[in-house]
Write a protein that binds this ligand. Structure first.
Ligand code: M6R
Length: 355
């Protein structure tokens, strides 16, 4: 059941600290500063000369995040929308690894992309939540994200666990030894998600902006997939127009849509590029659009914001996970105010088993 929550989505948002602890369990060792996902995964990722990620929807946003993490380890990596990968398969070589990111392990487009890769003789790895799912059975390797069952159609805790899992994969690329600082940041993440859940003002922000014409989300670097995810969650459950952009793209077109009735959610965490995103926020402010900063406080973005959704400071590779929890809650409360069918949005299914 819903354990007293109004919706599965809210229950699952609140289950995130536990889901993340399960994902980390017996995989990270703070004393030795190591991340251990088993020999099979270590071999697969350490032997990969390049990585192609395939996924859909929310899992695609986790894949975008993963690609950036892997590139930061010096491994060429790119995320593809699975249906596009099938339509136009990119070149690969013998040492390419194809990683399918799929909560359910049953998404037809993603399975089709993985099968396509296998037909071409490429090694595959599934990052999935469901033990014994088709992706888990068919791929050469499998990494379970261990979030527990997700009932709400909107993916919430599984996104957070996917991002945590691929952070561990990135650590394994560097021979499994991460810095002590990073390993303790991993260990602290579930507690920091709890802090966000306990202290959030997302509901007030949702109430203030529930009548808006549209919602825009911007971010750079690791904040970019979170901006995309914030927009997807908003459109999926509130049925309101929402779009996510890389912050730098705003002035290349979307800025024309920005008005006093289109709040812009700026995800600003970490250091890389954050100052530039603050610059984009100033552009938005100059067009009278309300700005909601989702931030760890490393910049002065609050000065230009109408509302602030704060997150605790952590490693820049993890902070966007915390920002995303704030955005999940904003979407939830907007949808709730509008009386939407939050756990089963119109026209959508939990698992999309046709191409
Ligand atoms: O089970 P999968 O992770 O493969 O599902 C992929 C998408 O269908 C899924 O993430 C979808 O976008 C969610 N409903 C978004 O909340």
């Amino acid at each position: 059941g819903k354990s007293g929550y109004d919706h599965y989505m809210l229950k699952e948002i609140h289950e995130q600290p536990r889901a993340l602890r399960q994902c980390l369990q017996e995989r990270v060792d703070e004393l030795s500063g190591t991340v251990d996902l088993g020999d099979d995964i270590a071999d697969a990722v350490q032997n990969a000369e390049s990585i192609q990620l395939v996924a859909c929807g929310t899992s695609y946003h986790a894949a975008l995040y993963a690609a950036e993490l892997f590139r930061s380890q010096g491994v060429p990596a790119q995320a593809f929308v699975a249906s596009e990968y099938v339509t136009s398969p990119p070149p690969h070589d013998d040492d390419t690894l194809v990683v399918g990111v799929t909560q359910s392990g049953e998404t037809a487009d993603t399975l089709s992309a993985l099968r396509d890769a296998q037909r071409r003789g490429v090694d595959t790895l599934a990052v999935t939540n469901v033990v014994g799912s088709t992706a888990a059975r068919e791929c050469d390797g499998v990494l379970y994200i261990r979030s527990g069952p997700e009932i709400g159609v909107a993916a919430t805790k599984t996104f957070s666990a996917q991002v945590l899992a691929v952070n561990m994969v990135a650590a394994v690329m560097g021979n499994g030894s991460a810095s002590h600082e990073f390993v303790s940041a991993l260990r602290d993440l579930p507690g920091q998600v709890q802090t966000v859940l306990d202290e959030t003002n997302a509901r007030e922000v949702a109430e203030r902006f529930v009548d808006s014409d549209a919602y825009f989300f911007i971010g750079r670097g690791y904040d970019y997939p979170v901006a995309m995810e914030g927009a997807l969650k908003m459109k999926e459950i509130s049925y309101k127009h929402a779009e996510g952009f890389p912050a730098g793209e705003l002035k290349h077109g979307p800025l024309a849509l920005v008005t006093a009735n289109t709040p812009v959610f700026a995800v600003v965490t970490g250091e890389t590029g954050s100052e530039k995103t603050v610059g984009n926020v100033k552009e938005v402010e100059a067009r009278d659009a309300p700005v909601v900063a989702v931030t760890d406080g490393r910049t002065d973005v609050e000065r230009y914001a109408d509302e602030v959704l704060e997150v605790p400071e952590t490693d820049p590779r993890l902070a966007p996970v915390l920002a995303n929890v704030q955005l999940q809650l904003v979407s939830y409360h907007v949808a709730k105010q509008l009386g939407r069918n939050i756990d089963k949005p119109r026209n959508l299914a939990k698992s999309v088993t046709v191409e």
